[in-house]
Design a protein. Sequence first.
Length: 222
Amino acid sequence: MRSQAHSVLLEPIRARAAPDFLVRRLGVLEYEPTWRAMQAFSASRNAATPDEFWLVQHPPVYTQGLAGKTEHLLSETAMPVVKTDRGGQITYHGPGQAVVYVLLDMTRRGLKVRELVRRIEQAAIAMLTDYGLNGERLNGAPGVYVAGAKIAALGLRVKGGCCYHGIALNVDMDLAPYTNINPCGYAGMRVTQLRDLGVDIDTQTAGEALLAHLARSLKNES
């Protein structure tokens, strides 16, 4: 676990940075060591540390937020359930989902939590618009929705004026594991993905498109 987390931190950045950001394209990595690497990065950063985006896919895993309630996992499962330190309830990560972790110095960028969430959501909405889809917000339920079905989940951890975790966009994945949870704590919430909405792109391409919009939405306004 520890060595894999360290490898996340030390992997060379394999493409030019987005404006104001460094981008790490990490391929497929287990959830927990990636999370621990985010914690380590955030704990060791200082005022000069560049902000980063990490683009990754995870093997199948359920993750439970700090306020997560066990009843939102509807039955016992062989799939790992990781209790993590982001906000929110339970969600699913798996292959075919583009996850972008957003590691920002919020103080330096003059961002409060509500504005940060709005900007991340807006980036996903703008990306969906590029593909002819109408992404929307739902009051009281962070994330992005198409026709009432969740297509992107959002969760953050804010500590010492910095944040980590981020947004997960469903692209071309097996949605069956969502039937075993109340997604993000909402019983009966429908989920969807780009493939089922007629958008035929691979997960890496979708992730790159989301990265570009995040870079624009979160550019330094200070």
